[in-house]
Design a protein around this ligand. Sequence first.
Ligand code: ADP
Ligand code: MG
Length: 703
Amino acid sequence: MKPPAKISPATLARLAKLGIHHRSDLLLHLPLRYEDETHLAPIATLQPGMNVQVQGVITHSAVAFRPRRTLVCRLQDNGSELYLRFLNFYPSQQKQLAEGKQIRAVGEARMGYYGLEMVHPKCRAVDDDTPLQPSLTPVYPTTAGLSQAVLRKLIVNALDTLPLAETLPDVLLQKMKLAGFADSVRLLHNPPPDVSAASLEQRSHAAWRRIKFDELLAQQLSMRAYHRERGKRAAPKLAPQHRLTAQLIKDLPFALTSAQQKVYAEIGRDLAQPHPMQRLLLGDVGSGKTVVAALAALQVIENGYQVAFMAPTEILAEQHYLKLRDWLAPLGIAPVWLSGSLKKKEKQLAAERIASGETLLAIGTHALFQEQVSFHQLGLTIVDEQHKFGVQQRLALRNKGKLDVGRAASTGSGHASARHVGLKPDLQMMEPHQLMMSATPIPRTLAMSYYADLDVSVIDELPPGRMPVVTKLASDTRREEVFAKVRVACLEGRQAYWVCPLIDESEALQLQTAIETHETLRAAFPELKVGLAHGKLDSAEKARVMAAFKAGELQLLVATTVIEVGVDVPNASLMVIDHAERMGLAQLHQLRGRVGRGVAQSLCILLYQQPLSELARARLKIIFENSDGFVIAQQDLQLRGPGELLGARQSGVAMLRFADIGTDEDLLNHARQAADELLRDFPDAAQGHLQRWMANKHDYLHA
Ligand code: ADP
Ligand code: MG
């Protein structure tokens, strides 16, 4: 083997920008695309959109100044002509492209102002017998100051000097019909002459499939490792007693849907295991997750353990509190309310009741539980609207020692602290079960990849009798008509939401807009009672407004997106979303889910301002045409990619570089299966594989 090439510090810095920190990262820095310089296309045969190499003589070369300084050349071969245009060019290039020179140009042909043209083609001077490239030329993702040639040299050197060990056992390769790792990597960097360009371009070639599989497998392995490791940890066994749960089911004013029964059965089984449950309950807005949470809570309570139920906002937490208080009162269970608006004394009292074990159910916001609340014997934490927390946050919370909601919560993970002293020895090792709920319908493939550490239950049916919400789009110029609709609905005894425009840039501006909108609408509807709810209200005030709206004392509620999650007021049947073009699909879907909860036909009006960006237009079309959250999420995935959808881009969760969970679902399925097999039968191989793909990337290049 050759010695590795020396790399200058400037180049190292540029490589780091590309995520290349380790010499072996070069091996997996794979081409973005390929250029075909293996043959020459006669200019006469060019069609717009063709990516080709042509050869000819420059018959004209001049700098044009309008609309901006441009070098325009005419290239002729056998009497046919093609224009070459360069917006940025050096004098040396101009010389290379002088009249009479023979050159080869590689690029995409398109229809331009003068006719068929290539913009910024790759050009080089040739003579009649300059040989053609024997194979496709890779084009790598790169960064300013790092040329393809330099990058290419480093990669070739890495291929020559580093081992390309196979991480997967033979049986697996055969079973999954996978190409070898070394062959695949070599082929992608140096495609042989006979390989189909299309299969490389579309990444359907066996070599690409192997790389994508490897990447997905690494992701699955790391997530599944968490999943399996859970099986070694201890949690209280809380088998169904069918006492309180059966009572609630009997008392409910409705029958559970079969989907609700199914997911409760899954949760109930998990709770009876001696290992911590970590289950994600997915169900579209209005599918009835709260009652499932209540049943889970009751199963824990009837075993004498405590439950912590958290929601991301005060409004939502309080709504849960009120609902569960009513449902559970006949069972003799009074939940404790943990709210920011409680007086210090009340908070203390609540904390004491939780710590003593006198109360078995505590409901509140997430933040509150993270303060000093100790549980006597915590058996289950329920986190509602978990999508409000990113993947990263979720993993961080878990790694930090569970949700840190008390003493039992932190044990068993090496984080036992003085707070835990005095626990019964058997409890010392226990941690609570966890149920996470989300209404962001996550496409199945996303759930399988990014939530592979969790078990997932899906409520895939809505309670009967729901009438779909009618959605209308209205340009802002029709504001008056929309006002009239609001007036009529409210005067007929129904209620309406008016959702204020989203102002991303500034919270202060957002608040100001909400207050102004409220003023405007109050002036527009003197005959109606108009309330205002926004994120900056203190929690007592917020609770008062929501209670008044719920009680029907307010007819129109002007609100910021604080109402996006979970709010449940069945009599509200009209929603206007102002500047809907500014909102994301998940948000629009969540907002719209606030209506259509009662018996009246509901209407959601999306008010938009012209002109619409292409993305906004696409979003509005999707939300207008679809009501199924899973379909919307799937389309959102296509529109935005998984990073945005999971809110993970900012939080730095490693996204997939090669695989595309939109199109590689089959590979994902294989990878998922392979991950379990590897972890079970070939733990060393699993380790090696993870090392390659996820190794902590230190400054190995410097060594
Ligand atoms: P989400 O899944 O969005 O949290 P909720 O739990 O708030 O939904 O339920 C939405 C509404 O549907 C609530 O008013 C709830 O009481 C009602 N509900 C739940 N399950 C059923 C059911 N099986 N039949 C009829 N109504 C139901
Ligand atoms: Mg809910």
